[in-house]
Design a protein around this ligand. Structure first.
Ligand SMILES: C[S@@+](CC[C@H](N)C(=O)[O-])C[C@H]1O[C@@H](n2cnc3c(N)ncnc32)[C@H](O)[C@@H]1O
Length: 269
């Protein structure tokens, strides 16, 4: 069962320059979404009729913990959904640990063992991500791992499963590496499916829209720090711009697409 999503890319700032990052189109922009606009977007999202019953607001970026008023941002999101969900590189988790609550959902990105992760995300970033997992575990805050599977880290699947067990993660989100052109980083779609099946024997994973049919711009939207509406963080087609009401830019539920026409168009089956 999925959910309608509002992915708020609240800042373009990030400490890292990951080799695989799909947000490079705006990381040069030095843009941040004002808090008032975050409020307006959340209100608009929650009052818009979507196909599913569950609604989810997710903070991303850039690095969401680099948002200049991060504590106020979390308080605001709690007003709407009672908890905070975000994806992070983990670097600032120890600094902000007091802000998080037990029922938040903090996904720490780990893209391999130390050597592989650091080669993708930058030297020293693995140890900081592990520290974040330790800290979240110690404070009893709900956390998971996001692992973007590509050619560079295929050999690290068992390592990531072990981390999930060791740090008591609720889930392992094995993301399919999203190419924007033909690249050597891409794994075959079927290889990714097999990897997910293997992972699911050991830890909880997610069934994603990439498997069930593309819902970009149907179940939700993403908003970039410079306030464009993307149909989804993976496909990134600009379908509108703030302050357009979300309902005006949505596609119809019967328009469910084949992911191989959208985000998977550069993938090999
Ligand atoms: C863009 S990052 C932003 C949040 C935060 N800075 C982080 O590192 O998690 C959100 C998630 O998208 C994943 N991601 C980035 N580029 C990707 C790509 N090309 N394909 C699949 N996942 C990607 C990252 O690995 C991370 O788990």
């Amino acid at each position: 069962m999925g959910e309608n999503f509002l992915a708020l890319h609240v800042t373009s700032k990030c400490q890292l320059r990951c080799k695989h990052c799909y947000c490079r189109s705006y990381t040069h922009a030095n843009a941040e979404m004002p808090l008032e606009i975050v409020r307006n977007l959340c209100e608009d999202f929650l009052s818009t009729e979507f196909p599913l019953r569950e609604y989810g607001i997710i903070l991303s970026g850039g690095e969401p913990l680099l948002y200049s008023r991060f504590e106020q941002l979390c308080n605001l999101v709690r007003e709407f959904q009672g908890h905070v969900r975000l994806s992070t590189n983990g670097i600032l988790i120890p600094k902000y640990i007091h802000i998080f609550e037990r029922n938040d959902g903090i996904q720490v990105s780990i893209d391999g063992d130390r050597e592989t992760h650091d080669s993708i995300r930058g030297k020293g970033s693995y140890d900081k991500a592990i520290k974040a997992l330790e800290c979240l575990k110690e404070h009893g805050i709900r956390h998971s791992i996001g692992f973007a599977l590509c050619k560079l880290n295929f050999h690290c699947i068992d390592h990531i499963i072990e981390l999930c067990k060791k740090y008591e993660c609720t889930m392992l989100n094995v993301e399919l590496y999203q190419p924007f052109k033909k690249t050597r980083l891409t794994v075959r779609f079927t290889e990714w499916l097999k990897a997910k099946e293997y992972v699911s024997k050991h830890v909880k994973t997610l069934v994603t829209c990439v498997e069930t049919g593309c819902v970009a711009g149907i179940y939700g939207i993403a908003v970039t720090p410079d306030l464009n509406y993307w149909d989804c963080p993976r496909h990134q087609e600009i379908i509108g711009r703030y302050p357009q009401p979300i309902k005006e830019v949505l596609r119809e539920p019967e328009d469910i697409m084949n992911p191989f026409d959208t985000c998977c168009k550069y993938m090999v089956w």
